[in-house]
Design a protein around this ligand. Structure first.
Ligand code: URA
Length: 237
């Protein structure tokens, strides 16, 4: 990684402040003053700013149990962003992997790795997203078949990809979908004349929401969890 980028990643310096620190001779790599931002920092190099050793922030992969009342975007809204629930540095670099509605609860992934995000949300990669919906009305007998055949949602010109519906009880169903159209689950049930009263995401691909996380709590993914989810990208359909 270039030294100027490394400085921005590992400190609160902006690009121009990093450039000034370099020009002022405040930065050393392996004990040698380096003034050029283009200098390449390699694994094992010791970078210091005024004798303080800097460690870069690596890419971060976090799961959060989203409560009701939080937005997945950062736009100005009456609701706070889910990212505000995290106690981490450089929060503004993070984004959510897809979105959940303000009213939806459960598993949301948060990262600063755009490529990883793409592998999970691109419909080409057919990554399962599993929701439990609580419904206002009982389901019709043929609901499984209708969802498996794909549903033409209001305002769309192509039906949804086949989805798997499993009844939990009379008014609760577990639904597995592989895409993420706007309000998709709510609109799929609306197409049957039903209404979703509560929606909770319990799994994305191989990763289930950690049962130890209370609403609003988060934890970092393990390297194995990160790699397993990325494998969705190895077999695009
Ligand atoms: N589908 C919805 O309708 N809402 C969500 O939050 C996620 C999927």
């Amino acid at each position: 990684m270039r030294l100027d980028k490394y400085l921005c990643e590992s400190t609160d310096l902006t690009r121009s402040q990093a450039r000034s620190a370099l020009l002022a001779g405040e930065i050393t790599v392996n004990g040698e003053v380096i003034k050029k931002g283009t200098h390449v920092v390699r694994d094992g190099d010791v970078v210091q700013w005024d004798d303080e050793t800097l460690a870069p922030i690596g890419l971060r992969y976090i799961m959060l149990n989203k409560p009701v009342g939080y937005e997945c975007t950062l736009r100005n809204s009456q609701y706070p962003p889910v990212i505000s629930l995290l106690d981490v540095d450089k929060r503004d670099r993070l984004h959510t992997v897809g979105r959940l509605d303000v009213e939806t609860t459960g598993l949301i992934l948060i990262t600063d790795d755009g490529q990883w995000t793409h592998r999970i949300i691109s419909p080409r990669h057919r990554c399962d997203k599993v929701y439990v919906a609580t419904l206002a009305e009982p389901l019709p007998d043929n609901a499984e078949d209708l969802f498996a055949a794909g549903i033409l949602l209001d305002g769309e010109d192509k039906p949804t990809l086949p989805a798997v519906l499993e009844r939990v009880d009379e008014r609760r169903a577990r639904l597995t979908i592989q895409e993420g159209k706007y309000h998709q689950v709510r609109r799929m049930f609306a197409s049957l004349g039903n209404h979703v009263l509560a929606l909770h995401r319990e799994r994305i691909g191989s990763l289930a929401l950690d049962a130890d996380l209370l609403a609003g709590e988060s934890r970092y993914l393990t390297p194995i969890e990160v790699a397993d989810l990325a494998q969705n990208g190895d077999v695009p359909v």
